[in-house]
Design a protein around this ligand. Sequence first.
Ligand SMILES: NC(=O)C1=CN([C@@H]2O[C@H](COP(=O)(O)OP(=O)(O)OC[C@H]3O[C@@H](n4cnc5c(N)ncnc54)[C@H](O)[C@@H]3O)[C@@H](O)[C@H]2O)C=CC1
Ligand SMILES: C[N+](C)(C)CCCC(=O)O
Length: 424
Amino acid sequence: MERSRVLLEAARIIRERSEELATMETINNGKSIFEARVDIEISWQTLEYYAGLAGSMAGQHVQLPGGSFGYTRREPLGVCVGIGAWNYPFQIACWKSGPALASGNAMVYKPSPFTPITVVLLAEIFREAGAPPGLFNVVQGGASTGEFLSKHPDVAKISFTGSVPTGSKIMEMASKGIKPVTLELGGKSPLIIFSDSDLENAVNGAMMANFLTQGQVCCNGTRVFVQSNILQKFTEEVVKKVKKIKIGDPLLEDTRMGPLINRPQLEKVFAFIKGAKEQGAKVLTGGEPYIPEDQKLKAGFYMTPCVLGDCKDDMTCVKEEIFGPVMSILPFDTEEEVLERANNSTYGLAAGVFTRDIQRAHRVVASLQAGMCFINNYNVSPVELPFGGYKKSGFGRENGQVTIEYYSQLKTVCVEMGKVESVF
Ligand SMILES: NC(=O)C1=CN([C@@H]2O[C@H](COP(=O)(O)OP(=O)(O)OC[C@H]3O[C@@H](n4cnc5c(N)ncnc54)[C@H](O)[C@@H]3O)[C@@H](O)[C@H]2O)C=CC1
Ligand SMILES: C[N+](C)(C)CCCC(=O)O
């Protein structure tokens, strides 16, 4: 209950300061203020949710023959390390610290060096909310700091959000100390649109699946499979909407797309688009540098959101995570065919299906190899639901009740009520 009180107070402070925190997150990351507000809302909801669970953590009592019994205790792990990515800096820190602190651990958190700011505010908020000094710590730095933390003998667990190659390195380092890891890695998620779906919903779903945070979202549904008989209509509608996305100063109310995180990321995305054209894909809109009129934004890492048509499954833009505002559209004919193609990926973070046929919807998600599946929506993230990947997208879960299990360990106590029957 004490932990719960601290988390509730932290959630209250975040809510009270949400406008300031959202502004800082926009400056930190470049995402629109509109989206940053949603991130802050999800963040305090996460702390509230785990505050609710903190007081209910309990073990099990088991009766054994002869009046003996056993019980289990759910105990904290110790010092947990959180290593975060730059796309959802504040939210990722809350997704990790919420369940970590609720379970009774301390946390050392290393944000991405591209977004160092807002997690420091989170640390100050935890202190203000009554967390003891040193319970939640922020260490700034890049790869070498992350490696130092991952190898440190006093660290009990590592929770990481970021790319697959770094995730693999962290798992290797953790293996030396036999430490549990949670890995939230990348994706190349499929979004399947059947011709019986509500077209307007499906188009909006595809927009939500591709263009939040300048497309730099791990669970984005970037492989958009569209049933052939609605391909043309769907594509027209999507392109129309994409052209209308307001790009510019992310601090302005009506902006919906700010700059990408940095120059290398922008160049990486352009290289993917260039490669896609060389492999025969057609740019239906966007994919160009964008120079805002505002003089002070001219050096920003802006681009126009892009839709690629005439895509094939073996193109690099369809196989690899681009991490930018680029949607690839792929036609399909049958359910069987699309399932096989959707699952033909080393990733398995998320997947979506749009259809009005409820039997088909559930049949399809049951066969999708993805940890987070959406039916008739995409990229909503209620904190009550577990989130995490299959295959190379990682393992372990964030959010939901189950995450307590990833931040705690079970002790079994066996109690003898009779005499010791020695075999010797
Ligand atoms: N799927 C996802 O959620 C994300 C994917 N990415 C992808 O990764 C690419 C590279 O972006 P980065 O920011 O460099 O991602 P990254 O995976 O290298 O970095 C994520 C975090 O890990 C830390 N880190 C880096 N190397 C480490 C190491 N050897 N040991 C411990 N910690 C380490 C970083 O400082 C950062 O805090 C992006 O272009 C994007 O494609 C990036 C961020 C999030
Ligand atoms: C909030 N949501 C679902 C759009 C993205 C969260 C996953 C991430 O950290 O990229």
